[in-house]
Design a protein around this ligand. Structure first.
Ligand code: NAD
Length: 492
């Protein structure tokens, strides 16, 4: 057992000793096994040590998944798959506090962590609804031929996720993959594997999912790369950085041409027109950039304010930032946590320091480490940011907002908003529906929120355009990511 102390008492967990393969935790077969010490990023104290998987474990997981796909899972009806997904949702619900604590122990405030688990539960319920409705189409009979399509599972899916929403991002992929009848090899981010490993334990205890259908391989690049390049894996759905996304694409191309989904980074623009409800916009912009301490692919990191409102807007935004309570995320008294680990902390601080020295922006608030223990970065706002600044172009993945120079016209702001290689999300605040509609049409992003931000729902497809990736998580669209379509024609 290991335990985690919270302001509401201590919570105990089974030790997740290593890779979860064929329905149980197993010792790794790696020739040079790696142990990863996971630190609580608020205290820098040891949380747990995980035995990471090696590339050798990928072969074993593929063999178990192959056996499962030939075994009883092959004949699980849509109804039975639905029930498995509902059982996973129920098991998570019964363990919601434990799961919340595991996520909060990665530097995320307790209320955000709880919201993430609730969203994950909702995701399993949503795709349970799809499991018995996966079907093809019939086509009008042509002469003496009858044609129809059949949807089949793709087979073995390698699911690779980033560290920022550990269980939620995994659920976005696991739930549709299981609904469609696939087998899974999940590789969570090396910084945050615990909730995915606990999910393995819950699935074994609380569902009828056959062994070998759901496997979890904790580890880093070596395991990820082995999954991407494996000849026996048919699909890879990846969430992470563009740099690694490119490796996934080339690994897929150089192995068996497995199909891929890429959910990558962003540099999302937020556009506030002068006619917007300012109180609402300030609150939304605050959440857009600072929720999850900016470690959010959709983080609204470039703010465009229409000429005339900047002074008032920034005064209110600064006041909002100053209300934040930074501290131990396992204590509900605090609502702003840390970077996930030292590497991410140093990366974000380097961005801030570079920007302070670059002379292409002015600092409004923040800009420093908070305290001298833990990986806390103050919520930081730069304004008068020039388009050529690193702050305007590169994803910081931390609590850093770039307020760009104010804009005059809609055409001007749309051009500036679209002027990055990314295309994940965007936000618009206005009371004028026709302005909003024009922005929706012209913003080159996979998601646009109007007078709100960061609202993802299981029924809405999520994913980017341009260098933010392709393919969709969530929504009915994601069923297409985890199935192949066979066209059938019969002479009758
Ligand atoms: P990352 O790219 O460093 O790592 C992502 C995952 O890839 C991890 O599990 C990692 O171990 C694995 N990996 C590393 N090298 C690999 C390789 N060669 N082959 C296969 N897998 C490999 O990203 P991160 O630091 O965990 O997350 C931050 C990034 O993720 C940001 O760019 C963020 O915008 C993006 N992200 C995107 C979305 C989205 O839905 N679009 C959501 C969350 C995060």
């Amino acid at each position: 057992m290991f335990s985690i102390k919270t302001s509401k008492g201590s919570v105990s967990f089974t030790r997740f000793v290593g890779p979860f393969i064929n329905g149980k935790f197993q010792p790794t077969l790696a020739s040079s096994p790696a142990k990863r010490a996971l630190l609580n990023p608020c205290t820098e104290e040891l949380l747990e040590t995980v035995n990471e998987a090696g590339p050798e474990d990928v072969d074993i997981a593929v063999k178990s998944a192959q056996a499962a796909l030939k075994g009883p899972w092959k004949n699980f009806s849509g109804k039975k798959r639905r029930n498995v997904l509902l059982d996973i949702a129920q098991a998570l619900e019964q363990n919601i506090w434990k799961m919340t604590v595991l996520e909060a122990a990665c530097g995320k405030p307790l209320d955000e962590a709880k919201y993430d688990i609730e969203e994950s539960i909702e995701c399993f319920r949503y795709f349970a609804g799809h499991a018995d409705k996966i079907h093809g189409h019939n086509f009008a009979t042509e002469d003496n031929h009858k044609s129809y399509t059949v949807r089949k599972p793709v087979g073995i899916c390698g699911l690779i996720t980033s560290f920022n929403y550990p269980l939620t991002l995994a659920a976005w992929k696991i739930a549709p993959a299981l609904a469609c009848g696939n087998a899974i090899i999940l590789k969570p981010a090396p910084q945050t594997p615990l909730s995915s490993l606990m999910l393995g334990e819950l699935i074994t205890k609380h569902t009828d999912l056959p062994q070998g259908v759901f496997n979890v391989l904790p580890g880093g690049e070596a395991v990820g790369s082995a999954i991407v390049n494996h000849q026996g894996i048919h699909k890879c759905s990846f969430t992470g950085s563009g740099a690694v996304g490119r490796k996934v694409m080339s690994g897929a191309a150089n192995s068996n041409l497995k199909s891929i989904t890429l959910e990558l980074g962003g540099k999302s623009p937020l556009i506030v027109f002068a006619d917007a409800d300012m109180d609402q916009a300030v609150e939304d912009v605050f959440g857009a950039i600072f929720s999850n301490m900016g470690q959010n692919c959709c983080a609204g990191s470039r703010l465009f304010l229409q000429n005339g409102i900047q002074d008032k807007f920034l005064e209110r935004l600064k006041a909002r930032v100053e209300k934040v309570k930074i501290g131990d995320t396992l204590d509900e008294a605090y609502n702003f946590g840390t970077m996930v680990d030292r590497v991410q902390f140093e990366r974000v601080m380097a961005f801030i320091e570079k920007s302070l020295g670059e002379g292409k922006s002015d600092l409004l608030v923040g800009g420093k480490r908070h305290g001298d223990k833990g990986f806390f970065v103050e919520p930081t706002i730069f304004y008068n940011v020039q388009e050529s600044s690193v702050l305007a172009q590169e994803e910081v993945f931390g609590p850093v907002l770039s307020v760009m120079k104010p804009f005059d016209t809609m055409e001007e702001v749309l051009e500036r908003a679209n002027a990055t290689p990314y295309g994940l999300a965007s936000g618009v605040w206005t009371q004028d529906l026709s302005k909003a509609e024009h922005c929706i049409q012209e913003l080159a992003t996979g998601v646009t929120w109007v007078n709100c931000y960061n609202l993802c729902s299981s029924h809405l497809p999520f994913g980017g355009v341009k260098e933010s990736g392709f393919g969709k998580d969530l929504g009915a669209e994601s069923i297409g990511e985890y199935t192949t379509v066979k066209a059938v024609t019969i002479r009758v």
